[in-house]
Design a binder for this molecule. Structure first.
Ligand code: MN
Length: 356
């Protein structure tokens, strides 16, 4: 899978900082193997990690090798594709598929493993803090430890936790801690919950092709309509995959949200401070992970602002050097392209600006 040197992306006047890159420590895969061995394993999890951890296909083998490595394999792949820095998160579903006790016990181990890798490769890796939403108080404490002890400045949450959403106020201690520590939350996809997977699964559409985007977009929207962003107005949420298509929905979301609130149709849909499109502009940052498409990137920059759209590759799941060439070649103002690849990520993740 390595790229011939002749096909490597050219030197460019910006650092390419890829912001949705994944890893999986063997210690977590050992826990996954125990979960997969149980009779009543979650169908979405079985179809996702059950596949990647056991398939002999070239794609699955490449992904497992990339996920497990935090040294030479990963850095070689970064060099092959011209990625200067990876912002790395515990791969989906992280600890969120585990029972509460296992998740709370394992989360600091996962974060320590990543922090150690960042210490080994401080100019190439940046870490995100994993948390266990199963225990919101423990999650809030881990955010504090991640910032103060591990030097990490962002949090990853892999969408729903056992079918529950962060729009539920029982999780808001996590939002409170993230806002207080100025750590954006990367709301990354998860396998679809049991309550929604079947129509997707029977057509093979439950994964990154479509289902992930539907479910994560729903999650982001639920956070907006819950009023959480009125309570935590400085909270920043990062969503990948061109905002899980929410920018393209924005007009109709605004219209129908206002109409639904006015009609008092749902107890769960109360008046909130802003329109959905306004929360997108004040509380969301969008990455292009897996979408190397100039028109979609420019539309999103125009909609929520060039300072809110960032580059991501989605390594190792979508590892394609052609996409880096395509993005380098975008017909875009040089300052806007630098914001996309470099300076937005430096600001959002507090990455030192100097090239080491
Ligand atoms: Mn991803």
């Amino acid at each position: 899978m390595s790229t011939p040197a002749a096909n490597r992306p050219a030197q460019v006047p910006y650092r390419r900082i890829a912001t949705e890159e994944a890893f999986a420590p063997q210690e977590m895969l050992d826990i996954y193997n125990k979960i997969l061995a149980k009779g009543d394993v979650d169908i979405g999890f079985k179809n996702l990690m059950g596949f990647y951890m056991s398939s002999p296909s070239e794609r699955a083998q490449h992904i497992m090798r990339g996920l497990l490595d935090l040294d030479q394999v990963r850095i070689q792949h970064m060099d092959d594709t011209g990625v200067d820095v990876q912002v790395i998160a515990l791969t989906s579903p992280g600890v969120q598929i585990m029972d509460k006790e296992t998740a709370v016990a394992f989360t600091p181990t996962a974060n320590d493993i990543l922090a150690e890798a960042v210490r080994r490769h401080p100019t190439r890796f940046v870490g995100m803090i994993a948390v266990a939403p199963q225990d919101p108080s423990a999650a809030a404490k881990e955010i504090e430890r991640g910032v103060n002890k591990l030097g990490m400045n962002s949090v990853v949450i892999n969408s729903h936790t056992h079918g529950e959403y962060l729009s539920d106020p029982k999780f808001w201690e996590i939002f409170e801690a993230a806002e207080a520590h100025d750590t954006p939350i990367y709301l990354h996809p998860n396998a679809l919950p049991k309550s929604m997977i079947m129509p997707f699964l029977e057509a093979g559409l439950d994964g990154a092709i479509y289902g992930f985007g539907v479910e994560t977009g729903l999650h982001a929207l639920r956070i907006m309509t819950s009023g959480a962003l009125d309570r935590f107005p400085k909270l920043q949420i990062i969503i990948g995959h061109m905002g899980e298509a929410l920018p393209f929905w924005a007009y109709r979301l605004d219209y129908m949200h206002a109409a639904t609130v006015k009609s008092k149709r749902y107890d769960s849909m109360k008046p909130i401070g802003k329109k959905p499109s306004e929360y997108m502009k004040s509380n969301f940052i969008i990455t292009n992970s897996g979408v190397a498409w100039e028109q979609a990137i420019k539309f999103t920059q125009d909609f929520i602002g060039v300072d809110r759209v960032m580059y991501a590759m989605d390594y190792p799941y979508q590892f394609a050097v052609e996409e880096v060439h395509t993005l380098d070649a975008m017909k875009m103002d040089a300052a806007d392209k630098m914001a996309f690849f470099q300076t937005n990520a430096e600001r959002v993740f507090k990455i030192p600006h100097a090239k080491a």
